[in-house]
Every structure is written in structure tokens, then in C-alpha cells.
Design a protein around this ligand. Structure first.
Ligand SMILES: [Zn+2]
Ligand SMILES: [Zn+2]
Length: 219
């Protein structure tokens, strides 16, 4: 079984249905047995194409998530868990036929609900801010924890309240426009055959290009 076939099957299932495929489905689709699928998923997880849970189940295939992390993303006919703020804002850029999706969440500090129509043409309007807790160099230490702490807040004041309430160190705060630019092309190519992750120097160039800076991003 070709690992790229497996990667594509996982990504395309998430894209089309909003949920993670079961190993048995993948095995049937690829003409492989479940053990081969499990071995392939492990390999993809080592390559950071997926995050697996303790039973080997698919938890994330960025920007897709099989578990709730604070966001929902509603398309024309499909509903996705949005992953984090970054992942949720990325989905309309990645999904064919989903020019504009509805991203919804609650402020982690005060529970106020927020929703935005997020499309490909321009950032949504709003004074809310994103706060990312885990610095870029540590994001893959526990990527599900990392994504669970990349959230959208009402304002800088709500970020400060949440940091004080949880005893967390301040991470990185960005406005909606910066988040949208970060999300717009970060995941380009993940639904296509032959996807290759960016080299660190290319990633740094992309991050600088969307307006990020500082040691949080390793820039
Ligand atoms: Zn708030
Ligand atoms: Zn994420």
C-alpha cells in the first residue's frame, strides 16, 4: 500500500464528510488489510501529516479534526469540527466548492458566542483577536493540546482575563486579518497527490510574509 494513497484517502474523507475515516473503510478502499493501514497511519503521524490518539485512531489531519477543539465550520452541505482558529479559517481556502463557510466559537474567557462568514477573498470584519499559547518550536510536542489553545477571544482584555484565570503565560496575539492571511495558503496542496511539507526556511518566509514576527514564531 502506498502511503501517499493512504494520506490522500484520509484527507479526502475528512474534506468530503467532515469526519475521520475508520481503518476498515480505508483498508477496503485501498485493497489493504487493517494492519497495513495502521502501519501506514503511524508513518504518516511520524511525518506530521496526522495526529493519532492512544488507540491509533485518527484525531487530526490538519486542518481537519475528528474531535471538538472549540470551533465548528459549516459549509453548504457539510459540517466540520474546525480544529483551532488557524485550521478553521483555513478550510474555505482548501475545500473545493466551499467559497464561504460559517466559523463559530465561544470566547474562552467569557463564553460569548462569535461567528464569522469566512471566505477566500478578504478577511472577515471584526475586532476579535486570536491568541496562540504554544510557541512554534513546541507546537508538535502535543499538537492536539496546541490546537486546543489557538482560540479566538472578544478582545485583548478577554485574553488577559483568560491568562490570569488559567495561570498561562502570554503567547502570541493577532487580529482577524493576520489570522486569515496565516490560514489562507498554509495548507495549500494537502488535498493533492504528491504534497510535500514546507522546508523550515520556506515556512519562515511564509510566516514573515503574512506579518508575523518574533521569537514565538522562531523569526
Ligand atoms: Zn470574551
Ligand atoms: Zn490547529
Amino acid at each position: 500500500m502506498d502511503t501517499e494513497d493512504l494520506r490522500l484517502a484520509v484527507y479526502r474523507a475528512f474534506a468530503g464528510t467532515g469526519r475521520a475515516p475508520e481503518p476498515g473503510e480505508l483498508a477496503g478502499q485501498l485493497g489493504a488489510d487493517v494492519q497495513e493501514v495502521a502501519t501506514g497511519l503511524d508513518e504518516l503521524a511520524r511525518g506530521r501529516h496526522l495526529a493519532l490518539g492512544c488507540d491509533g485512531q485518527i484525531v487530526m489531519a490538519h486542518p481537519f479534526s475528528a474531535v471538538p477543539l472549540g470551533f465548528s465550520v459549516m459549509g453548504a452541505r457539510t459540517l466540520w469540527w474546525g480544529g483551532c482558529a488557524w485550521d478553521s479559517f483555513a478550510l474555505p481556502h482548501l475545500l473545493p466548492g466551499e467559497d464561504e463557510v460559517l466559523v463559530a466559537t465561544r470566547c474562552p474567557a467569557c463564553s460569548r458566542p462569535h461567528a464569522w462568514s469566512v471566505g477566500r477573498q478578504r478577511p472577515p470584519v471584526g475586532g476579535q483577536v486570536a491568541h496562540f499559547l504554544v510557541p512554534a518550536a513546541r507546537m508538535w510536542d502535543d499538537v492536539v493540546h496546541t490546537c486546543a489553545h489557538q482560540r479566538l477571544f472578544c478582545s485583548e482584555d478577554c485574553v488577559s482575563d483568560w491568562l490570569a484565570a488559567t495561570g498561562s503565560p502570554r503567547g502570541y496575539v493577532m487580529d482577524l486579518g493576520t489570522l486569515w492571511r496565516l490560514a489562507a495558503h498554509w495548507y495549500d496542496g494537502r488535498l493533492d497527490r504528491g504534497y510535500v511539507r514546507r522546508e523550515p526556511s520556506q515556512a519562515a518566509e511564509y510566516l514573515r510574509g503574512v506579518g508575523l514576527s518574533g521569537s514565538f514564531w522562531g523569526l
